[in-house]
Design a binder for this molecule. Sequence first.
Ligand code: AMP
Length: 218
Amino acid sequence: MSENLLLFGPPGVGKGTQAARLSKVFGIPHVATGDMLRAAIQSYTPLGQRAKGFIDKGQLVPDELVLELLGERLQQPDTKTGFLLDGFPRTVPQAKVLDEMLTKYGKKLDRILVLDAPEEELVRRISGRRTCQACQATYHVDSNPPKASGVCDRCGAVLIQRSDDSEEIIRNRLREFGAKTKPVLDYFTAEKWPVRMIDANGNMDQIFGRIYAAVLLS
Ligand code: AMP
């Protein structure tokens, strides 16, 4: 099934977790700008080095860096039969460029899935999050612990707490979301993009059920 989907919502709302599952169910690549930036940092690319300082402070990376990464990614052949965007766009200028890129590549978004949950729940989810350094799988120390403490179930690599998942940095990321990313939702609505609101309270299966229904039924 070919779907071009976009997951939108604040840090910690569970976009990454849900995206991994959606990508498997629909057989479409998960295109996450956060993962792409972290990969660029790990491989010491010039772009990664420029992005690192912003990420470590919980600030958004400048639009031109993210757009460079995304423009290349959306031209890869595996996105021909669908893709799942996660963490992009995060500013109104990014949304406008995405619109232009999609038109240029002859693509359109089928659904924008907007996830939301209360701020204290977001802080709880992010501060307990542990991430696999190798495959980027995510866990939560209370609600989704790995079978063996500190080890990824999927690939056996070590789990870490992301440097930007500390409470102080989380608050900055949430402030950035409110100031720069929330207005993107007004842009989607004004441009009549296919937005669906999803309640992201509850457990992973419940939230997945709501997203799945929103993709298939609306
Ligand atoms: P994420 O993994 O989506 O939580 O992203 C981690 C960090 O990467 C964010 O806090 C930003 O610093 C940066 N980032 C990811 N995607 C974007 C984007 N579309 N625009 C600007 N910065 C981004």
